[in-house]
Design a protein around this ligand. Structure first.
Ligand code: HEC
Length: 167
């Protein structure tokens, strides 16, 4: 093999490896994609009722079985049912439509206590994608749910189980 063809082989390998990496990225994640939402950039949100969210895509057609499976991660640290206790993380029943860091009796990190936004599916999606990037300095030791479909599914499941269905 001369130097030229060896270089080409290396280039082909690099392209292959780079190509593999790209498959893991989500659609729309190119250089032109909007920067990821954070607690700071979330802005004014449209707050709907849980019933309305569940009638809207992507939650209406989300896979509830997968959603429940994904929620097992959350249940390690959060109770989801009515009157559930605080655990490592705050009790989550009724949190959609409520302010971040406002559950009575839970000791939040300073950043979460001082954050100021309402929990909507959109905010939760950004939080669960990469908690550390969404709110640097928070105390939720969880890497996040990287797959967009898994996030849609778990959010649909949470919409169902953390609310009475009346709001
Ligand atoms: C290893 C434990 C752990 C896991 C796993 C975990 N959380 Fe948390 N979560 C926490 C802690 C601790 C906090 C409080 C963080 C702080 O104070 O900075 C938190 C905070 C939250 C909050 C903010 C609640 C509020 O009162 O504003 C939401 C929402 C949340 N978690 C959702 C989830 C969901 C959904 C999952 C599963 C996909 C999950 N968490 C997995 C520990 C965890």
């Amino acid at each position: 093999m001369n130097t030229g063809s060896r270089l080409m082989a290396v280039a082909a390998l690099v392209a292959l490896v780079a190509g593999c990496g790209r498959q893991d990225e989500e659609p729309g994640g190119g250089p032109d994609a909007a920067p990821p939402l954070t607690a700071e950039t979330l802005g004014e949100q449209v707050v709907l009722s849980v019933t309305e969210y569940l009638a809207t895509e992507p939650y209406a057609s989300a896979d509830r079985v997968n959603g429940e499976r994904q929620a097992a991660f959350c249940r390690a640290c959060h109770s989801l049912e009515k009157d559930g206790p605080h655990m490592i993380g705050p009790a989550l029943y009724g949190f959609f439509g409520s302010k971040v860091g406002a559950r009575q009796g839970f000791e939040y990190s300073a950043v979460m206590r001082e954050a100021d936004f309402i929990w909507t599916p959109e905010a939760l999606d950004a939080w669960l994608h990469q908690p550390g990037r969404f709110m640097p300095g928070n105390r939720m030791v969880f890497a996040g749910v990287t797959d967009q479909r898994d996030r849609n599914d778990v959010i649909a499941h949470l919409l169902e189980v953390t609310s009475s269905g009346e709001h």
